[in-house]
Ligand binder design. Structure first.
Ligand code: ZN
Length: 320
């Protein structure tokens, strides 16, 4: 089966940490994780061999959350990182595509960089790692970024990142450090924060302002599909929106399978949003391409739905 995976990470040259202390991010899914994390820096034979072994035809690449832009010269840093990614993609244009990294401290510059990367470099959208400048993206300062994405007809991938220190200090206090770290990130915290982020975008009216804007979230919908009926019912009357709340999730979001390879959340996702909005992903290198392939090929779903999830929806959304 033809597979396209769209939450697949890299760390291009200028964004690599100067010491290994800055390299840690995801913890605990695959062992040894340090060997997997080293694969972030490689966009060549090692990555292609894993893709080939798992039947993955295309990876859509994005900078990993720990690949931070230089805060003193964020715009130049983003331009350089995007150029590096474009150069790597150009060596294998039939196997890789890209999402831009944006200098979000300057939303107008971010809109310009999104425009440049899409129109000049052929990128398919942008990926944003969590809160920016201590803010969720519903803050009106980020409207230029969403306006640009809508105008260019490209999606924004909203990806988890480390929680703010103030959240960590309250929610994860009093636990043994390795437990607190896992619970604050890949075991729980990343996902509910990203789910909250997506809901904040909906209830703030972003999609009334930019009605054709499309967002992507990973991890089977960051817990929203399980909660959507209750959230929609209990937000009724509170949020002043043009459409029923659930409709925004069904019409303005695509959901990927990144990092989650069990049947129950997939079936929940399909029951809530339907197969036209679900896209296969691995979360390379943090998750195994082979495990992701075995999961999607054996999931108890129709062959029509499987083809949509495996590649058809990504091809339609991203013009691949
Ligand atoms: Zn990821």
């Amino acid at each position: 089966m033809r597979l396209i995976a769209i939450e697949e990470h890299v760390r291009t040259r200028s964004l690599r940490p100067t010491s290994e202390t800055g390299a840690g991010e995801h913890t605990g899914h695959v062992s040894p994780m340090s060997e997997r994390i080293a694969r972030l820096d490689e966009i060549g034979p090692v990555r292609l061999a894993e893709m080939d072994a798992a039947g993955i035809k295309i990876q859509v690449l994005s900078q990993t959350a720990s690949a931070r832009l230089d805060p003193n010269r964020e715009i130049e840093s983003a331009v350089k990182a995007n150029d590096e990614l474009a150069e790597a993609i150009s060596a294998h244009p039939d196997r890789f595509a890209g999402f831009a990294v944006l200098p979000l401290a300057d939303p107008d510059a971010s809109a310009e960089e999104l425009d440049r990367t899409v129109r000049v470099l052929g990128f398919k959208g942008a990926l944003i790692n969590g809160m920016q400048q201590g803010l969720f993206l519903d803050d009106p300062r980020y409207w230029p970024v969403f306006a640009a994405a809508e105008r260019l007809s490209v999606p924004i991938y909203l990806h988890p990142a480390e929680p703010p220190a103030s959240v960590r200090n309250v929610y994860y206090a009093g636990l043994e450090p390795s437990i607190a770290q896992a619970l604050a990130t890949s075991a729980w915290g990343w996902h509910v924060e990203t789910g909250l982020h997506a809901l904040r975008l909906i209830v703030s009216g972003i999609f009334d302002r930019f009605p054709t804007l499309q967002l992507i979230i990973g991890h089977m919908g960051e817990a929203i599909p399980f909660m959507l009926a209750r959230t929609a019912r209990n937000m009724e009357g509170a949020a002043k929106l043009e459409r029923p709340l659930a409709d925004y999730f069904l019409e303005n979001f695509y959901i990927t399978t990144s990092g989650m390879f069990t049947v129950q959340p997939l079936l929940c996702l399909l029951l809530v949003v339907g197969a036209d909005r679900v896209i296969f992903s691995v979360d390379y290198p943090y998750s195994s391409s082979q495990e992701a392939q075995e999961f999607i090929e054996s999931a108890p779903i129709s062959s029509t739905d499987r083809e949509k999830i495996a590649h058809l929806n990504a091809e339609r959304l991203l013009g691949l």
